[in-house]
Ligand binder design. Structure first.
Ligand code: GLA
Length: 518
């Protein structure tokens, strides 16, 4: 076994090694000519790094050189980041770009060699493979976001009548991020059927960011090399008895830097309809650098109207991280669901922070219009089975969309038992769409309950603490009395008729989820 001290140094040694490799890489690939000794890199540059699917990630630089020192800023997706360290020595450019004002360790490294009037650059982003591209000179205009488009006057978009219960399905982002393609999506659709998920209600196969390709001469969006036939893919998913979703942004660029719908809103809605899509997730991203926050509702309304005008029923999923109290106006712009928070990840802390912060706004959900605390992480490996059962129970009590975010082609039996617990899904999908209420909270112990159809209550006893805890709920807390029939939905067991209250030992980070009825 490695000692603690040795393993602490491994990341540092690895970083130094990668750095040396980068520098020798750019040096070998293009040794700086003599002219580079006298060159000056002052000015605006655009670095194009191929993404492997026909697109390029574009990073803009505004560089000022003084002697060997280089200062300035970098822009990605119109977001400015300062250059914290820079030099240009003998034709070799080195830039360190600070990615976070609060975390100095979050840095991107750029190592370049001047080749003619271009700079060949290797890019090292934390946690990503080294990528190589060419930077060329550009103008200041290229780093400035385009102007805001005129926004429509506010009105209420007519209800599309969809998503009468919270949408259920799968989304590519949590597990696959950028590594998603046509073949994988087809495989996921197959697995949704083969695993039995379709039969318990999972319906939507949603492609997230990085499917987008260039626009054609008429401005029509196309899929990129990873998605060569969007209509063919939609037909395939439909042939499995499933529905299919797509992703875009009201900005010129999506969050991953791909083509957004800015200035093409109606046209894109028509394209999605012609391809046969059934669902759009519309992610704010670069729109935040263009529009005023106060125009957000109108910007979303524009797409809500465009989807209706396309003539194809499409679920409209708003993704703007809960800004501007979206739960108060999401339904008015035609939204069927709206994200209420920033991004989830596959860690207990983040999942719990999001899930347990949702009770206060739970009353804004109603049939056809849902709060969306983000997609599920169940089965992605970062949490224990107890933590994933808490995730599933909490999302179901919250009437949240159940969008699996794992690889359905390789699920363990345990993951299947959590995602396909039909008794828990029934809470999520309850047709009465009554909001959950927090019944009690004592330190890390939370009891939450939701009235269901047929005078039944669902009650979750959640223990966020580190030790097993005895927890209780009284019938009085629920406005009930007498002897009530209790069923444990994870043990799949009737617990008989119980008087006055129910108590259970709840494991750390775990839940006991019951239904209670006369
Ligand atoms: C944002 C969204 C995520 C995902 C990514 C894709 O971060 O909140 O859910 O769609 O963009 O780039």
């Amino acid at each position: 076994m490695k000692s603690h001290a040795t393993s602490r140094f491994i990341p540092v040694i690895r970083a130094i090694f990668i750095r040396m490799l980068l520098i020798s890489c750019v040096l070998l690939l293009g040794a700086a000519p003599m002219a580079a000794q006298t060159a000056d890199v002052t000015g605006f540059w655009v670095l194009n790094v191929p993404t492997g699917d026909g697109n390029f990630t574009k990073t803009f630089f505004d560089l000022q050189q003084s002697g060997e020192k280089v200062t300035g800023a970098a822009w990605f997706n119109y977001r400015k980041s300062p250059i914290s360290d820079g030099s240009f020595i003998g034709g070799l450019l080195h830039l360190t770009v600070s990615l976070s004002p609060v975390d100095p360790r979050r840095q991107a490294l750029y190592d370049g060699a001047l080749q003619g009037d271009k700079i060949r650059m290797a890019v090292h982003f934390p946690g990503r493979d080294v990528a190589v591209g060419f930077a060329e000179r550009t103008t200041q205009a290229a780093v400035v976001p385009p102007p805001p488009l005129p926004v429509p006057a506010l009105h209420d978009v007519p209800d599309n009548g969809l998503a009468l219960t919270p949408p259920m399905g799968w989304n590519s982002w949590n597990k696959f991020h950028r590594n998603i393609d046509d073949v994988t999506v087809r495989g996921i659709a197959d697995a949704m059927v083969a695993s039995g998920m379709r039969d318990v209600g999972y319906t939507y196969i949603n492609i997230d960011d990085t499917w987008e390709g260039p626009r054609d001469a008429q401005g029509n969006i196309t899929g990129n090399l990873k998605f060569p036939n969007m209509k063919g893919l939609a037909d395939y998913v439909h042939s499995k008895g499933l529905k299919i979703g797509i992703y875009s942004s009201p900005g010129p660029q999506t969050c991953a830097g791909y083509e957004g719908s800015y200035g093409h809103e109606d046209q894109d809605a028509k394209t999605y309809a012609a391809w046969g899509f059934d669902y759009l997730k519309y992610d704010w991203c670069s729109a935040g650098r263009i529009y005023k926050e106060s125009d957000m509702q109108a910007v979303y309304q524009k797409m809500g109207d465009a989807l209706l005008a396309s003539g194809r029923p499409m679920v409209f999923s708003l993704c703007q991280y809960g800004r501007g109290d979206v739960w108060k106006w999401g339904a008015k712009v035609g939204g069927n669901l709206w994200r209420t928070t920033g991004d989830i990840n596959d860690h207990w802390q983040r999942m719990a922070e999001i899930g347990f912060s949702q009770f206060l706004i739970a009353s804004y959900t109603r049939a056809g219009h849902w709060n969306d605390p983000d997609m599920l992480e169940i089965g992605n490996g970062g949490m224990t089975a107890d933590e994933y059962r808490t995730h599933m129970s909490l999302w179901s009590l919250l009437a949240a969309p159940l969008l699996a975010g794992n690889d359905l082609r390789s699920m363990s039996e345990e993951t299947k038992s959590i995602l396909m617990n039909t008794e828990v899904i029934a809470i999520d999908q309850d047709a009465d769409a009554q909001p959950v209420k927090k019944i009690s909270e004592q330190g890390p112990l939370t009891v939450a309950a939701r009235p269901l159809m047929h005078q039944t209550w669902a009650v979750g006893l959640f223990n966020r603490g580190e030790e097993t805890a005895k927890m209780s709920v009284t019938w009085k807390d629920l406005g009930l009395h007498g002897k009530l029939q209790v069923r444990d939905l994870w043990a799949h067991k009737e617990l008989g008729r119980v008087a006055d209250q129910f108590s259970a030992d709840v494991p750390p980070h775990g839940v006991v989820l019951i239904t209670v009825k006369h």
